[in-house]
Design a protein around this ligand. Sequence first.
Ligand code: NAD
Length: 479
Amino acid sequence: MKLIQNYINGKFLNSLNDEFIENFNPATGELIASIPRSSNKDIQLAVNACRSNDNWHKISITKRAEWLEKIANELENRYEEIALMESKDTGKPISLARNVDASRSVYNFRFFANLVNEIHQPEFKMNDAINRVLNKPLGIAGLITPWNLPLYLLSWKVAPALLMGNCVIAKPSELTPLTANLLAEVIDKIGLPKGVFNLIHGYGSECGQALVEHQEIKLISFTGGTETGKIVAKTAAPMFKKISLELGGKNATIILKDAEFEKHIDQIVKSAFLNQGQVCLCGSRILVQDSIYEKFVEIFRLRVSQMKIGNPLDEDTELGSLISLRHKETVMNYIAMAIEEGGNVIYGGKEPILPETFSNGAFIEPTIITDLSHKSKAATEEIFGPVVTIHPFSEIHEAIKIANITNYGLSASIWTKDVQSGENIAKELDTGIVWINCWLHRDLRTPFGGMKDSGIGREGGLYSVEFFSEMQNICTFLG
Ligand code: NAD
């Protein structure tokens, strides 16, 4: 079992009250680590550490980008370790942990290091004056992340926050602390100046809340559930903090009658079940034009039935464990609710039969539900598990209406041979991101974020530069 500590002012420390939280591998139930149960006192210590560093914001952005590159290189050296940790901590398949989590974590630092070449200070000339716009650091950035893509999402925030000259206090999910700790080890090894990066572990309602409540922390970047997002927004608003909220989703996958869905079936299945359906962008509602409905359901069901579920460390495993037994119960309750609401489980819906080692694991078969009203709770609330509902539609305007019916507005995908029609539909959808004939195809320069209950703000490329800094216009009179 690994004893994990906070990382404050360049030192690994227990929480001040010396309390701990146990951390389990959800696939096996094995106790793998203990983490500090931190409180507002530890947050204060981290704030003091940030305050004591008076140099980070003064060094050039190019130098800070060099530090990001060093972090990326060192993370890359520990690539396989990141993948293994992520798989054990979350129960996700090792191939996914390698190709998505480890790869993107390294790339996030490298991407923001290179972005420095794209950051220019705009100038606006007048007849008698010149305006120069600066991007000043805010001071301390509070970064709060969930358990589904632990280091991937943490690095997505840490890299731009540091690039723009802020000091950081990061609070990862208490369910997945391992790779955040690895990042602290990397940062310690390369010798990043003390107090620039601080890591606090613990419960969200305790140290997460204390982070958002702290007056001196001027920016909060939060990724997590919509209900928690509401608490964060309510706490931060009276202090006029800059906040970005990346929240839940209930994303529609729209399959038009001319779609080459047999060609794309692996992508469509992946969009429904990647990471056991625990990706905020997963297409958990599939809307299929009625003339191809029967055929699509048959082919989709066949491909899903071939998915290999089980040991996350097997190279060919496609579906691992959910994050916890508690979350498994929530998902199973949603499946039961869908049945009560008139749904027909045409595949899955149960715990799979697995070897003894995984008998205490949080596994659920990939589950397909049909015949459910698109207005039902199971079809409109975020389940965040391996459960997909399929709904027929006849005309395109109906598909748009169904897609927009939920309170969420994160993403959607549209599958059609007629790209122009796809783009026209995309414009009618109330979501921050729309993919046409692809899914999770990411260019990190683009704005990422949701509409409605999926959050506020956009991060990515220059949008992150803007968010993690405060713009200042300096107007110099020349007359
Ligand atoms: P969560 O809201 O329970 O927790 C997220 C983080 O917030 C954790 O670190 C938690 O400890 C902390 N937290 C909890 N209460 C807090 C409080 N009062 N103040 C401050 N911090 C607090 O979410 P989760 O279960 O870890 O993650 C799953 C959710 O995240 C899903 O809804 C998913 O859609 C969403 N998500 C969204 C995106 C996106 O980019 N939009 C990406 C990944 C996950």
